[in-house]
Design a protein around this ligand. Structure first.
Ligand code: ATP
Length: 242
């Protein structure tokens, strides 16, 4: 579903954060990306979500090379990926109610408005947002409630790849378990793939088919690969990186 090949990316061409990084997430599979703070996990997640243009290398989604970045990415590629970031308050427009926040991608892509309330309502229920929460704005809800809305928003266009960048880093254990369960239910029903980024090895090893160390993804580290399989669902389909 996602293939990064020899991707070099960052914020300064002279000192890129990612150097010739390769990573594959197979159709329907899940990969947990681990690494210390500042090593470039979020940068990689943003490249995978077509939000950050690499200096070099190739990114393929569903077998097709990426044809643009951010708003210049073609709609079919943009909508194929749903992203949840670590800090919902930075990701959410503070002017929108949670209902509008969840619905925004539908409106932005011109989906027929008739189906919006039921789609938003169904997703809100699945992420556990009940009562009057949908009519509140981000400053009127907790971080956990806002992150539930951000997850619903990431799912609203039924992405084929979900990128969760430290989605649960700010959350307690029960909210973490609830959101992971929502992601896994969506993946079971849709066959979507998952790239989950984080520091929590225990969580990612339980959650994902396999985990990958960020340091092992670059061409320079190819000789010392450190990937570890879990539940083995993806291994036959991947096993190529770095
Ligand atoms: N917009 C930016 N402009 C310049 N440098 C940036 C920018 N975003 C990140 N960086 C730098 O790029 C490097 C990698 O950052 P990144 O956020 O990808 O790491 P990370 O592994 O996700 O870290 P963490 O686990 O702390 O979230 C860091 O040195 C960071 O300071």
């Amino acid at each position: 579903m996602l293939e990064l090949r020899d991707v070099t990316a960052g914020y300064d061409r002279r000192a890129p954060v990612l150097r010739e990084v390769s990573l594959t997430v197979p159709d329907g599979g899940s990969v947990g990306l681990l690494g210390p703070s500042g090593c470039g996990k979020s940068t990689l997640a943003r490249v995978a979500a077509l939000l950050h243009r690499p200096y070099a290398g190739t990114v393929r989604l569903g077998g097709e090379p990426a044809r643009g970045w951010r708003h210049r990415a073609p709609r079919a590629q943009r909508t194929a990926v749903g992203v949840v970031f670590q800090q919902p308050r930075m990701a959410a427009d503070p002017r929108l109610t949670l209902a509008d926040l969840i619905a925004e991608p539908l409106r932005a892509t011109g989906a027929p408005s008739a189906g919006t309330p039921s789609r938003v309502g169904g997703l809100a229920e699945s992420v556990g947002l009940g009562g009057d929460l949908l009519s509140r704005r981000p400053h009127e809800v907790s971080d956990g409630q806002l992150q539930r809305a951000c997850l619903a928003r990431a799912l609203v266009l039924r992405p084929r790849l979900l990128v969760c960048d430290e989605m649960t880093a700010m959350l307690d254990a029960s909210t973490t378990a609830a959101l992971v369960a929502v992601v896994e239910e969506y993946r079971r029903e849709s066959g979507a793939a998952l790239l989950a980024v984080g520091h929590d090895r225990t969580l990612l090893e339980r959650w994902c088919d396999r985990t990958v160390e960020h340091a092992a993804l670059s061409a320079a580290a190819a000789a010392g690969r450190t990937t570890s399989p879990h539940r083995c669902r993806a291994d036959a389909a991947t096993g190529r990186e770095p």
